[in-house]
Write a protein that binds this ligand. Structure first.
Ligand code: NDP
Length: 256
C-alpha cells in the first residue's frame, strides 16, 4: 500500500474524511471529485496507482484535499489495514463509499465457481470488511455516512449476471442491517443503485444490447458519472441524517 498525501496533516482534522473505493476511474473518480468539491478530505483507493495519482493531482488543482492509496479491496486484510491507517492518521473517519466493483458475466449454466466467488469477493465481501472496519471510528465520532454502490441488476436481476446481481442484492440486505444496528450512533447506511452509466464497465457491452435498453429508460439517455456523484453527495452529507436503510435508484426511471 502506497499512501500519497496531498495536503499537510494539520489542515485535515476539521474536514470530514471520506474514503472512496474504486476511485481511479468511472463513477468512483467522479464521486471523489465531487466530495472534494463539497469540502471533504477524500481518500481514494484502487489498484491503479497512476490513475490514482492523476486523480489526486486533479483534486489538488481544483483546490480540494486528498490522499490516495493503491489497495486491492478484494484483499480483506490489506483493505482493513488501509482503512485503519486513515482513521488513525487523521483521527476520524466520517464517510465510506463502497464503490469498487467488477463484472464476470456469463449465463448461469456456464458460470464458474471462480467467477461467482471473485465477483462476491470484490463487490460484496470488500464492502463488508470496509463497513466493519469503518464502524469503530465512525462510532467514536458519533457520525457516519456509508454509501454502497448497488445496481439496478441487484433489484431487477439481469440475464448473464447471477453473480453480480447476487452481490448487489447482498449490499442491500447488508446496508439495511447496518442501518438498524448503527442508526442510534449517528451512522447511516444506504445503497445507490445506478442504471446504465457511461463508463469503462458499460463500454464493453454489445451495441445491440445498448440499443435495446435505451427505449426502456424513461429519460431516454444513459446516465453520466456526475448523475451518480450528485446523489452520493447528498446521501453522504450532514443534511441526510434521517435517510437510512434506503435503496435509491439513479437510473433514469429504468427500474420503476
Ligand atoms: P469501472 O470499471 O469504470 O471502474 C471500476 C472501479 O473499481 C475502478 O476504479 C477500479 O480500479 C475499481 N476496482 C475494481 N476492482 C478493484 C479491486 N479489486 N480493488 C480496488 N479497486 C478495484 O466501473 P464503474 O465506474 O462503471 O462502476 C463503479 C461501481 O458502480 C461498481 O460497483 C459498479 O458495479 C457500479 N455500477 C456501475 C454501473 C454502470 O452502468 N457503469 C451500473 C450499476 C452499478 P482499479 O482497476 O484501478 O483497481
Amino acid at each position: 500500500m502506497v499512501m500519497i498525501p496531498h495536503q499537510k496533516k494539520e489542515s485535515l482534522i476539521e474536514k470530514r474524511v471520506a474514503i472512496v473505493t474504486g476511485a481511479s476511474r468511472g463513477i468512483g473518480r467522479a464521486i471523489a471529485m465531487r466530495l472534494a468539491a463539497d469540502g471533504r478530505f477524500v481518500v481514494g483507493f484502487a489498484r491503479n496507482a497512476d490513475q490514482l495519482a492523476s486523480l489526486a493531482a486533479e483534486i489538488t488543482a481544483a483546490g480540494g484535499s486528498c490522499e490516495v492509496a493503491a489497495c486491492d479491496v478484494g484483499d480483506g486484510t490489506a483493505l482493513a489495514a488501509a482503512i485503519e491507517s486513515v482513521a488513525e492518521r487523521h483521527g476520524r473517519l466520517d464517510i465510506l463509499i463502497n464503490n469498487a466493483g467488477i463484472t464476470r458475466d456469463g449465463l448461469i449454466l456456464r458460470m464458474s465457481d471462480d467467477d461467482f466467488d471473485e465477483v462476491l469477493r470484490v463487490n460484496l465481501r470488500s464492502a463488508f470488511v470496509a463497513c466493519r472496519t469503518a464502524a469503530r471510528p465512525m462510532m467514536r465520532g458519533r457520525f457516519g455516512r456509508i454509501v454502497s454502490m448497488g445496481s439496478v441488476a441487484g433489484i431487477m436481476g439481469n440475464p448473464g449476471q447471477a453473480n453480480y446481481a447476487a452481490a448487489k442484492a447482498g449490499l442491500i440486505g447488508m446496508s439495511k442491517s447496518i442501518a438498524k444496528e448503527l442508526g442510534g450512533k449517528g451512522i447511516t447506511a444506504n445503497v445507490i443503485a445506478p442504471g446504465f452509466i457511461d463508463t469503462d464497465m458499460t463500454s464493453v457491452l454489445p451495441a445491440a444490447l445498448k440499443e435495446a435498453v435505451l427505449p426502456m429508460i424513461p429519460v431516454k439517455r444513459f446516465g453520466s458519472v456526475d448523475d451518480i456523484a450528485a446523489a452520493v453527495s447528498y446521501v453522504a452529507s450532514d443534511s441526510a441524517g434521517y435517510l437510512t436503510g434506503q435503496v435509491i435508484a439513479v437510473d433514469g426511471g429504468l427500474s420503476m
